[in-house]
Design a protein around this ligand. Structure first.
Ligand code: GLT
Ligand code: MN
Ligand code: MN
Length: 391
């Protein structure tokens, strides 16, 4: 049980959004169950629990309709809390979903006036994020979608989406901000269907952009899991394509609405695989929690929720290290051929390589007779998660 540190420190690079721990518990059926937490107080709380970063929507930090003097005051208090605690702004984003003007979409609304307003709001949000040092700007298209499928030609919607992201990339470059964008996919909710519903859709979309290097993804556990996809596999592809710019950690039961539960509260095995992947991939970005305390939580319980999120991550990271150091696991991985998958199959095409391959004798019956010993490997994983003694 070496190195089982479960108390987070800033070097762990954990972050929370202003809308998460401080979520007031409003849902589609009920009013708030908790009082709000002011941004500066929130940052002080993050400092106390050992988090490194804070993120926000423009409207979380400066409530819409604030006077210039009110905005100044909020910003000054926020900055002084950041200075006092050492908490950094690790991500910023725009609220393009709450106001009724976005009911038909923001960058993909059928109304050109709405699209232009959404872009201007995003540009102002980018300025705010840049002024506070945010290195990543998230684009979650909460309202970019449709219920009445006949109302929007998908190709037009995607063209407007790409136009908007291209324009914002131009703005960031023009201003010289050291900032990259991260698109956050989600299959549905609040729209009946969302454009860019999964990690894969977003990755393909990014290849069509003018400045693809400036744009990556911000996948969320709940968003892939709600439609039954493996988050671990989705993150694997984002890493493989060099596009994991940010991540939203939380948890979720398959086939439900977006539950945004505490990280690790549901899918321990999948989250073990996720943490093992992140910890061995060289990912250096923020580990950002986009989750909210259960609606019946109150008082200090919201900070208990924050501590639990980080504690579970650290515990899974420790379990992953112990798993990979266990000689029985090393042997099982070898038997499974895990290392063999890292070897090239044939290399780049050459006529000589093709001829050699065609001339090579192969015995499919013999190849079929191999066992990959996955049952043992998987049981070892379960044994580690349950803390069972080595057999
Ligand atoms: C909203 C959504 C999240 C996004 C946030 C960023 S806001 O809570 O459910 O998944 O990450 O806009
Ligand atoms: Mn969510
Ligand atoms: Mn999210």
């Amino acid at each position: 049980m070496a190195d089982r540190r479960l108390d987070p420190v800033p070097a762990d690079n954990f972050a929370f959004g202003l809308w998460t721990i401080g979520n007031v518990g409003r849902d589609a059926f009920g009013d708030p169950t908790r009082p709000p937490v002011a941004p500066a107080e929130f940052v002080r709380g993050l400092g106390r629990v050992g988090a490194a970063g804070v993120s926000f929507h423009d409207d979380d930090l400066i409530p819409p309709g604030s006077s210039a003097a009110e905005a100044e005051r909020v910003l000054a208090e926020f900055r002084s809390a950041l200075d006092a605690t050492g908490v950094r702004v690790t991500m910023a984003t725009t609220n393009l979903f709450t106001h009724p003007c976005f009911k038909d979409g923001a960058f993909t609304s059928n109304d050109r006036g709405v699209r232009r307003h959404a872009l201007a709001k995003a540009m102002r949000g980018i300025d705010l994020g840049a002024s506070l040092g945010a290195p990543v700007y998230v684009l979650w298209g909460g309202r970019e979608g449709v219920e009445c499928g006949a109302a929007k030609r998908p190709q037009d919607a995607l063209a407007r989406y790409a136009e908007a992201v291209n324009f914002l990339c131009g703005y960031v470059r023009d201003r010289g901000y050291p900032m990259r964008f991260a698109i956050e996919p989600k299959p549905n909710e609040p729209r009946g269907d969302t454009f860019l519903p999964t990690i894969g859709h977003a990755l393909a979309f990014i290849t069509t952009l003018d400045q693809p290097d400036m744009v990556g993804v911000n996948p969320e556990v709940a968003h892939e899991t709600m439609v039954g996809l493996s988050f671990h596999q989705g993150i694997g592809q984002a890493l493989w394509q060099g596009k994991l710019f940010h991540i939203d950690l939380n948890d979720q039961k398959i086939g439900r609405y977006d539950q945004d539960f505490r990280f690790g509260s549901e899918g321990i095995k999948e989250n073990f695989l996720l943490v093992r992947l992140l910890e061995t991939s060289g990912y250096t970005g923020t580990k950002h929690f986009d989750s909210r305390p259960y609606r019946n939580e109150w008082g200090d319980g919201i900070w208990e929720f924050a501590r639990g999120s980080m504690r579970t991550y650290l515990a899974l990271a420790a379990a992953a290290r112990e798993f990979d150091a266990d000689p029985a696991v090393v042997a099982a991985l070898a038997a499974a051929g895990a290392g063999e998958l890292a070897e090239e199959s044939v290399g780049a095409y050459t006529p000589t390589a093709a001829a050699a391959l065609l001339a090579e004798p192969a015995d499919p019956e013999q190849l079929a007779a191999r066992s990959y010993v996955n049952e043992r490997l998987d049981q070892l994983l379960i044994d580690h998660l349950l803390g069972l003694p080595r057999a």
